[in-house]
Design a protein around this ligand. Structure first.
Ligand SMILES: [Fe+2]
Ligand SMILES: [Fe+2]
Length: 148
């Protein structure tokens, strides 16, 4: 896959905080993809930290806005973090080829699909919630209706 370029038309989801993180992610991914062997471990660690923060931000939004598909979305995030952890271990052992293939091909492909499906669905849910009730406050939890 050629280097991934962030564009609003192609990858924008319409929630500024998510789009900002995604733009940073794509920029960092491209730096890691062309890193020297010497710089690869530190840049991979930076990508891992950024990705953790990225996913934590989305998780907080999913909780705040009661996003229904949180389990599936989190499962994908968890898988990617586990893959990045595994690749960091391999790089520490001197095996850089799997990490290079991952950041050049698999991760850009996964991200483009994830951003345009799962993250877009989350963003649409947030925009809908924000349009529906501004300054939302959490219900107290005693709102279930008695059966008729
Ligand atoms: Fe995301
Ligand atoms: Fe996501």
């Amino acid at each position: 896959m050629s280097p991934l370029a962030w564009s609003r038309e192609r990858l924008g989801v319409g929630v500024p905080s998510i789009d900002d993180i995604h733009r940073e992610f794509v920029a960092l991914l491209n730096v890691v993809a062309t890193a020297s062997d010497e710089k690869l471990p530190a840049l991979l660690a930076e990508l891992y930290d950024h990705t953790r923060a990225h996913f934590a931000h989305e998780h907080a939004l999913m909780v705040k806005y009661r996003f229904p598909a949180i389990i599936e979305h989190q499962a994908e995030h968890g898988r990617v973090l586990a893959e990045l952890e595994d690749l960091q271990e391999r790089v520490a052992q001197g095996r850089t080829a799997p990490a290079r293939a991952y950041v050049r091909d698999q991760l850009p492909e996964w991200f483009a699909l994830h951003a345009t499906t799962r993250d877009s669905a989350l963003a649409a849910h947030i925009r809908h919630a924000q349009g529906g009730r501004r300054g939302e406050s959490a219900p107290t939890g005693t709102t279930e209706r008695a059966p008729l």
